[in-house]
Design a protein around this ligand. Structure first.
Ligand code: COA
Length: 165
């Protein structure tokens, strides 16, 4: 059984990520989305909220599971018997960063490979930070994030506005 892991901070998950999952879930038997606590990024959504938003957005993908993890990605793969890391590529800048990460992961666990999927051109300009900034300033992000995320962003915005009144 070919098991792949799709790691990221997903703060929040976007249609760009969902598109990658829709396409790769047809290639692998099982995909585990690994929601990482990235210490270098200040998060808007808690880990549990991020997992919940992804679960609500992938109900049409029965072979995709979601978990959070802390630590080394290579250890997570080993523990799940996974042999592949999935990464999306939006631009040449992504490629440079991704190629180094893939080599580092390969040196930590030689049995694993990283599979790169080109982003759908419709979503190439999206990032989680861009979505958060636009939504929290009142911009319309419908079509760029799943419906559950749009609702989650609205709730965060309401809470923020309430606090600042
Ligand atoms: N569509 C839209 N946006 C996308 C995207 C896509 N297909 N792919 C990535 N992005 C966005 C993300 O939303 C994110 O946006 P943000 O920076 O505004 O939050 C940005 O691109 C970067 O995403 P990503 O590269 O996935 O960063 P990350 O922080 O989400 O994940 C890890 C990085 C988790 C994979 C990496 O830090 C890791 O493996 N950590 C574990 C520790 C470890 O093992 N380290 C050694 C390995 S080198």
């Amino acid at each position: 059984m070919a098991i792949a892991v799709y790691p990221g901070s997903f703060d929040p998950v976007t249609m760009g990520h969902i598109d990658i999952l829709e396409r790769t879930s047809q290639v692998f038997d099982k995909i585990v989305v690994a929601v990482v606590h990235n210490v270098t990024k200040e998060a808007l959504f808690t880990l549990d909220e991020r997992v919940d938003l992804i679960k609500k957005s992938i109900q049409h993908l029965p072979n995709v599971e979601v978990e959070c993890f802390n630590g080394l990605l290579a250890d997570f793969l080993r523990a799940r018997d996974a042999t592949v890391i999935i990464r999306g590529l939006r631009s040449i800048t992504d490629f440079e960063y991704e190629s180094h990460m893939s080599m580092m992961n390969k040196s930590l666990l030689p049995d694993i490979d990283t599979v790169f999927i080109m982003s759908n051109p419709c979503y190439i300009f999206i990032s989680s930070s861009g979505i958060k900034e636009a939504a929290l300033l009142g911009g319309d992000v419908s079509g760029l994030v799943p419906a559950a995320v749009e609702k989650g962003l609205q709730e965060k915005l309401q809470r923020y506005l309430f606090k600042t009144k």
